[in-house]
Design a protein around this ligand. Sequence first.
Ligand code: A2P
Length: 275
Amino acid sequence: QDRAPLTNTTSSIPKLGFGVYQLYGQSCQKAVLDALQAGYRHIDSAQLYRNEADVGAAVQQSPIQREDIFITTKIRQSAGSPDKSYRSCVESIEKVGGKDGYVDLLLIHIPGTGRESREELWGVLERLHAEGRARAIGVSNYRPQHIEEMKEYAKVWPPHVNQVELHPWCQQRDIVQYCEDKNIVLAAYSPLSCGDHLNDPTLGAIADKYDKSPAQILIRFALQKNWVPLPKSGNPDRIKQNANVFDFALDEGDMKTLDGLDRGKAGALFPANVK
Ligand code: A2P
């Protein structure tokens, strides 16, 4: 699958990822195996999702080599001290990546409330990156001011990725512009707007024109924006459908039309909304 370089690292990220939020146990394992079978090579997990071990089990069961799969996980908050946070990350890395394993990308899940915890967690991620256990490191739900603040304490700057909510109705243009300027890869969670806008008539007309589903149009929109979409599905047919987006391209006019749907929504910046 097509990959995008991660600036200042030796690695690259598959341009389409698979989201596993709210998938648990056997159904999570099955969804990940279905996704790998359908051609996804990028799985996006998090401590918060409580399915890191299921992702790890599926990757182990899959005939695909570990090094051909890109796995992300995220740490939500400080575990109480740098050492405890470090151990918490290692636990997560071993759940998804196996004993003595690695993750391809480790993210701070939310900026949280204070600079102190952001600084502590970034230090932990930098250490894991130096040790080779996190091949790339980044942030999630960070606004430009949080990334600017990192300059005061970061050895690794800019972060390699910022993962935020992105879809036509929530384009967070200030964050997107900032990350583009700094060569920070934007990963897009909820690229299908959590399913909320799949019946939108404007989207429907575009889907009919290309003979694709509304979900496929939204994934294509994200890809053409150079975002890394992370659509979630627990259904084998939809998992397959969402990966079948490399045989067509939206024209400029349709990209513009979708662009015009933005509602200026701020995205999930608050813990209650975070994915
Ligand atoms: P399901 O898991 O039953 O497929 P997002 O990725 O924006 O968070 O959206 C996820 C939601 O969209 C889930 O409720 C998922 O349901 C649904 N979904 C995923 N793919 C499709 C699709 N191709 N068509 C319709 N709904 C979809």
